[in-house]
Design a protein around this ligand. Structure first.
Ligand SMILES: [Zn+2]
Length: 83
């Protein structure tokens, strides 16, 4: 089984579905069994959602929602505001 450190290194590729089948299965099994890595994955997802300017899911960690509610530093580019 993969160690947490290995999983954290593969997490971005896992989210972007860039892993081969074997590694993907290894990571997804680890995530099933390891609450710490699941929390880490949720954090990564939430961070990306914030960066992408998307609404956070209702079950996003409170920390991530707090971050999302913080007003951005400076004006967003106009192409972001039109959405
Ligand atoms: Zn783990």
């Amino acid at each position: 089984m993969l160690a947490c450190r290995d999983v954290s290194e593969l997490m971005t590729d896992y989210m972007e579905r860039r892993l081969g089948a074997r590694r993907w299965i290894g990571v997804s099994w680890h995530l099933r069994l390891c609450p710490m890595c699941r929390a880490f994955l949720e954090q990564l997802r939430a961070t990306r959602a914030v960066l992408a300017g998307l609404a956070l899911p209702a079950d996003a960690p409170a920390e991530a929602r707090a971050l999302a509610q913080r007003p951005p530093a400076g004006e967003p580019p106009s192409d972001l505001r039109s959405h």
